[in-house]
Design a protein around this ligand. Structure first.
Ligand code: IMP
Length: 175
């Protein structure tokens, strides 16, 4: 592992923005609607845990493990490594993502989960890199829009490491 990541979005900004997102999301669904929050493993776990605590009202949680076939470059070839435990038919599903990069993962999720007939399917992502998009995907809530650089920490990894950083950082050798 090379030098320590350079701080990019600090813990304070992350927590303020996530608190705001929780309230915005609840306002969209209304106070009494049960939200089925789905964490996309592994990258979203830290964001998911914080977002849940910022989301008032009725919420259930489920977990979806996905793996893309390449390392840091998205190929679009995605497979489910851990499927949801519950049937989402008729549920209001909120997919919680770490980052939308090419959009290929989210496109796959929209198609796969959409086919299970949820009452609604919305997406909250902590980070968005729109300049990298290869497919047009709908994202309902974005924490931070960032330029094209490789980020780590707060759940995001580099070769499975650095997910435990309490902030978002960049690596010196990233573009
Ligand atoms: P996609 O290119 O939109 O399909 O993004 C797929 C996945 O690639 C994301 O959910 C992340 O796990 C990973 N990813 C994309 N950009 C980054 C990054 O800058 N740092 C760490 N992981 C990333």
């Amino acid at each position: 592992m090379g030098s320590a990541p350079t701080p990019f979005i600090d813990a304070e900004r992350l927590s303020a923005r996530i608190a705001e997102m929780g309230h915005q999301i609840r306002a969209t669904y209304g106070p009494d609607e049960t939200i089925t929050a789905v964490a996309v493993l592994k990258g979203s776990i830290v964001f998911f845990a914080d977002l849940l605590r910022s989301l008032p009202g009725p919420v259930t949680c489920d977990f979806l493990g996905l793996q893309s076939y390449e390392g840091t470059v998205s190929s679009g070839a995605v497979r489910i490594t851990h499927d949801l435990r519950a049937d989402i038919a008729g549920k209001h599903v909120l997919v919680v993502e770490d980052i939308v990069d090419t959009g290929l993962t989210l496109d796959y999720l929209h198609r796969t989960l959409g086919a299970r007939n949820p009452a609604s399917l919305r997406v909250a992502t902590l980070l968005d890199k729109p300049s990298r998009r290869r497919v047009d995907v709908r994202v309902d809530w974005v924490g931070f829009t960032i330029e094209d650089r490789f980020v780590v920490g707060f759940g995001l990894d580099h070769d499975q490491m650095l997910r435990n950083l309490p902030y978002i950082g960049t690596l010196d050798d990233s573009p």
